[in-house]
Design a protein around this ligand. Structure first.
Ligand SMILES: Nc1ncnc2c1ncn2[C@@H]1O[C@H](COP(=O)(O)OP(=O)(O)O)[C@@H](O)[C@H]1O
Ligand SMILES: [Mg+2]
Length: 252
């Protein structure tokens, strides 16, 4: 169950020379990266610099053109097939929650468990546990249109965590939220991360995230710039804008 995730800890993420292009646009260019189990990594950089593509490659939503992505030493893609283990290894939270509008909060949280073959009663029980973890027990039977933006995003977090993933990928999860709601969501994620020792890779412009992350990675035109420990101002390095404007290979 949920508590069991603590014993497994977070996943290790390794990228070897990973590239991805869309037509003429090189979205991700020759990236090498190592993220240790349990690390909280912030990915920052301008719009169009390749942050979402990087996350999608790590999570197996996109195939790399070259190079390999390894989660706990195993390739995310084998040929064109996603191995079964990937489904339970990775949880995703997007900027827009992407909840199914006709389903209740509880049923939305259950969706990943259906794919994993979990029976109906256990699904409901696990979904309710997760909703409790994000303080939404009393909204379990509400549909997304009956929830606030922050509540919907918390449902999305619960859904991302219901499979007890060892890697949580979050792409601007607070981007559509006001400051106070964003802070609540980040507190929630920090608590979950601490309890389950989940590896977290998050794309965000939120300065609060930069303060909390173990490390900040700067994406510049599909490449990784200087990585630095958080708290030393790396997340706002002004040199980024100059480098980027000299190399206009991507569109925002
Ligand atoms: N599915 C796609 N088809 C074509 N171009 C894409 C696609 N996804 C991303 N791109 C392009 O790749 C570049 C990087 O995009 P993205 O990873 O979304 O950047 P970011 O998340 O940093 O804003 C951009 O120039 C974008 O237009
Ligand atoms: Mg993006």
């Amino acid at each position: 169950m949920v508590a069991g995730a603590a014993s497994t800890g977070g996943a290790e993420v390794v990228l070897h020379r990973v590239s991805k292009r869309y037509g003429k646009v090189i979205a991700v260019s020759d990236i090498d990266l190592h993220i240790s189990p349990g690390e909280f990594v912030l990915v920052s950089g301008r719009s169009g610099s390749g942050k979402s593509t990087l996350l999608n490659l790590i999570g197996g939503l996109e195939t790399p053109d070259t190079g390999e992505v390894l989660l706990d030493g195993a390739q995310v893609w084998r040929g064109r097939h996603l191995p079964e283990h990937r489904r339970t290894l990775v949880g995703f939270v997007f900027q827009h929650h992407l909840l199914l509008p006709v389903l209740s909060a509880r049923a939305n949280v259950e969706v990943p468990l259906i794919g994993a073959g979990v029976g109906r009663r256990e699904r409901a029980q696990r979904a309710l546990e997760l909703l409790e973890e994000v303080s939404l027990s009393d909204r379990a039977e509400h549909r997304p249109d009956q929830l606030s933006g922050g509540e919907r995003q918390r449902v999305a977090v619960a859904r991302a965590l219901v499979n007890e993933p060892r890697l949580l990928l979050a792409d601007e999860p607070t981007g559509a939220l006001d400051t106070a709601t964003a802070e609540r969501l980040l507190n929630l994620l920090a608590g979950i991360r601490e309890r389950h020792r989940t590896t977290v890779i998050m794309v965000s412009y939120d300065p609060l995230v930069g303060k909390r992350a173990d490390r900040t990675l700067q994406m510049i035109d599909g490449r990784l710039g200087a990585a630095a420990r958080s708290g030393d101002g790396a997340g706002t390095a002004p040199a980024t804008s100059r480098v980027r404007s000299e190399r206009p290979t991507t569109t925002a």
